[in-house]
Design a protein around this ligand. Structure first.
Ligand SMILES: Cc1cc2nc3c(=O)[nH]c(=O)nc-3n(C[C@H](O)[C@H](O)[C@H](O)COP(=O)(O)OP(=O)(O)OC[C@H]3O[C@@H](n4cnc5c(N)ncnc54)[C@H](O)[C@@H]3O)c2cc1C
Length: 463
C-alpha cells in the first residue's frame, strides 16, 4: 500500500515478531519493527536460551560425582556464578545481534523504541517521538512474570527476569510456583549448590502433565535434596536486619532465605499501548483476542505469540508468525495448528512429552492401553546414581492410535521432538511395534513395550 510508510509494522522484537518481520521483508514488503528492550525477546534474553545454559551449568556437579564409577578421580570442583552470568551475557548479546541483523538483512527497518497504536493504521514510537503509518500492524509484545502486589513484602521478591542476573548466588532460595519455570529454576539453583525450597499451592507440581511423570519427578527432586512443599503459599515476606528474608507460609512454616522468587504465572503485555483507545478486544486476563488466523477484531491488526495467551512457547509463536505471513501477504489463509505440540521441561531429570496424558485420554476414550517402563538408565549403572527413567505410551485400544508419549529421564526433550512426528502423523502402536530398536539406548523402550502394562476401560483400571 503506497499510501502508508510500511506494508507491515511489527510491535515486539521477540520470537514471533522477528520471524514475521523477517519473512515479510523477504517477500519484498516494506517492514518496520519496534522493540523496547532487546531484540530476541523473552526466549533469547531472559527465557529459553539463558535458562538452558544455566541448566547445563547446574548439571556439572552430578557429572563430576557420576564420573567416579567410570574410573575418574575429579579434583574438588569450584563454581563461579559471576563467570556463568558474564558468559551467558556474551552469548545472548551475540544472538541479539543476529536477530536484529536478520531483519535488517532482509530489508526490514528496526527501531529501538516502545510503540503504541494511536489509530488502526498509525503507530507512535515513544522513544523516537515519531509517528509511522502502516497498512498492516502485528502485535507480538509477549508477556512478563505476574506480580503479586497482594503479598506483603512482595517488593523483596524477584522473578525469573532477575534470577538470571543476580549479583551473588544465594545460599538459600525459596521459589513459589509449580509450573515449568518454577520447577526448572528449582533444579538449576539446587544444582549450583543453593539450598532450594519449592512452594506450590496445588497438590502436585506441573499440572497438565502426566501424573506419573509429575509424581516421579517430585520424588526424584526430593531425593536430590530439593524441598517441595505442596498445598502451601507464602503469606508474607519480611526483610530481616541481616538482609536475609523470612517467608511465612500458610502451612505455618517460616523459611529463612536469601532470595524469594515468584513464578506464579505470566501476563500479556497489553497495557499502555493504546489498545483500548482503538477498541481492540481483549480477554479478561488482558490477552489479545484473535480469530483462527491471528486476526483481531480490527481487520488490519493481528496478534501472535504469548500476548494472545494461546500456547506460550517459542516454536508456537514462530509458527503463528509463519501462518500470519501466509495469510496476510501470500493470499494463502493458514490457521496455526495448536494440536499435539511436543514440549520439554528442563528439570533434572528432564521431561519430554507429546499428546494426551493418561488422565486426559481416559476422559476422552473408553478403552485406553498404558505401556509403561520404569528402569535405571544404563549410564546410571556404573555411576551408581539411584535414579529411574520412566517411559510411557498412552494408546487408544480401539484404533491403536498412540495418543500420548511421556518420558522422564536424560535427553527426554530430544526424544519428545522426534516423537512429535509419529504422534502428529497419527501413527498407531502397531507402527511403533514394527520399528526396529536402536540398541543400547533408553529410547528403545518406546518400540519394545509389546504388552500393555494396564488398561483403563470406561475409567476403571482393569489389569
Ligand atoms: C524463564 C522462561 C523460560 C522459558 N523457556 C522456554 C523453553 O524452554 N521453550 C519454549 O518454547 N519457550 C520457553 N519460554 C517461553 C518463550 O520465551 C515465549 O513463549 C516466547 O518468547 C514468546 O514469544 P513472543 O514473540 O510472543 O514474545 P516475546 O519473546 O516475549 O517478545 C515480545 C517482545 O516485545 C517487546 N515489547 C513489549 N511491549 C512492547 C511495546 N509496546 N513496544 C515495543 N516492544 C515491546 C518485549 O520487550 C519483548 O522483547 C520461556 C519463558 C520464560 C520466561
Amino acid at each position: 500500500m503506497a499510501g502508508y510508510d510500511y506494508d507491515l509494522f511489527v510491535i515486539g522484537g521477540g520470537s514471533g515478531g522477528v520471524r514475521a518481520a523477517r519473512v515479510a521483508a523477504t517477500l519484498g514488503k516494506r517492514v518496520g519493527i519496534a522493540e523496547e528492550y532487546r531484540f530476541g525477546g523473552t526466549c533469547v534474553i531472559r527465557g529459553c536460551v539463558p535458562k538452558k545454559l544455566y541448566v547445563y551449568a547446574s548439571q556439572f556437579p552430578e557429572h563430576f560425582a557420576d564420573a567416579a564409577g567410570y574410573g575418574w578421580t575429579v579434583p574438588e570442583a569450584s563454581f563461579n556464578w559471576q563467570t556463568l552470568v558474564a558468559n551467558k551475557d556474551r552469548e545472548i548479546s551475540r544472538l541479539e545481534a543476529i536477530y536484529k541483523k536478520n531483519v535488517e538483512g532482509a530489508g526490514g527497518e528496526t527501531f529501538h523504541s516502545r510503540a503504541m497504536i494511536v489509530d488502526p493504521h498509525v503507530v507512535h514510537l515513544l522513544d523516537d517521538d515519531r509517528t509511522v503509518t502502516a497498512d498492516q500492524i502485528l502485535i507480538a509484545t509477549g508477556g512478563r512474570p505476574a506480580a503479586h502486589p497482594a503479598l506483603p513484602g512482595h517488593e523483596h521478591c524477584i522473578f525469573s527476569n532477575e534470577a538470571f542476573d543476580l549479583k551473588e548466588l544465594p545460599k538459600a532460595i525459596m521459589i513459589e510456583g509449580g509450573g515449568y519455570i518454577a520447577v526448572e529454576f528449582a533444579n538449576i539453583f539446587h544444582g549450583l549448590g543453593v539450598d532450594t525450597t519449592l512452594v506450590y499451592r496445588g497438590k502436585e507440581i506441573l499440572s497438565r502433565f502426566d501424573m506419573d511423570l509429575r509424581r516421579t519427578l517430585h520424588e526424584t527432586m526430593e531425593k536430590k535434596g530439593i524441598k517441595i512443599l505442596c498445598h502451601a503459599v507464602s503469606e508474607r515476606v519480611h526483610k530481616r536486619p541481616d538482609g536475609r528474608l523470612d517467608a511465612l507460609l500458610t502451612s505455618g512454616q517460616t523459611l529463612t532465605v536469601d532470595q524469594v522468587m515468584l513464578a506464579i504465572g505470566r501476563i500479556p503485555n497489553t497495557e499502555n499501548m493504546g489498545l483500548e483507545g482503538i477498541g481492540l478486544e481483549m480477554t479478561q486476563a488482558g490477552a489479545i483476542k484473535v480469530d483462527e488466523y491471528s486476526r483481531t477484531n480490527i481487520g488490519n491488526i493481528w496478534a501472535i505469540g504469548d500476548v494472545t495467551n494461546r500456547v506460550q512457547l517459542t516454536p508456537v509463536a514462530i509458527h503463528e508468525a509463519m501462518c500470519f505471513v501466509e495469510t496476510a501477504f501470500k493470499g494463502n489463509p493458514t490457521a496455526p495448528d495448536h494440536d499435539t505440540i511436543a514440549t520439554a521441561v528442563f528439570s533434572q531429570p528432564e521431561i519430554g512429552t507429546v499428546g494426551l496424558s493418561e488422565d486426559e485420554a481416559v476422559k476422552r476414550f473408553a478403552d485406553v492401553e498404558i505401556y509403561r517402563a520404569s528402569f535405571r538408565p544404563m549410564r546410571h549403572t556404573l555411576s551408581g546414581r539411584d535414579e529411574k527413567m520412566l517411559i510411557k505410551l498412552v494408546v487408544d485400544g480401539a484404533s491403536r492410535k498412540v495418543l500420548g508419549a511421556h518420558i522422564l529421564g536424560p535427553d527426554a526433550g530430544e526424544m519428545a521432538q522426534l516423537l512429535g512426528i509419529p504422534l502428529k502423523a497419527g501413527l498407531s502402536k502397531d507402527d511403533f511395534d514394527r520399528t526396529m530398536a536402536v540398541h543400547p539406548t533408553a529410547a528403545e523402550e518406546l518400540v519394545t513395550m509389546y504388552k500393555p502394562t494396564y488398561r483403563v476401560k470406561d475409567g476403571q483400571r482393569v489389569q
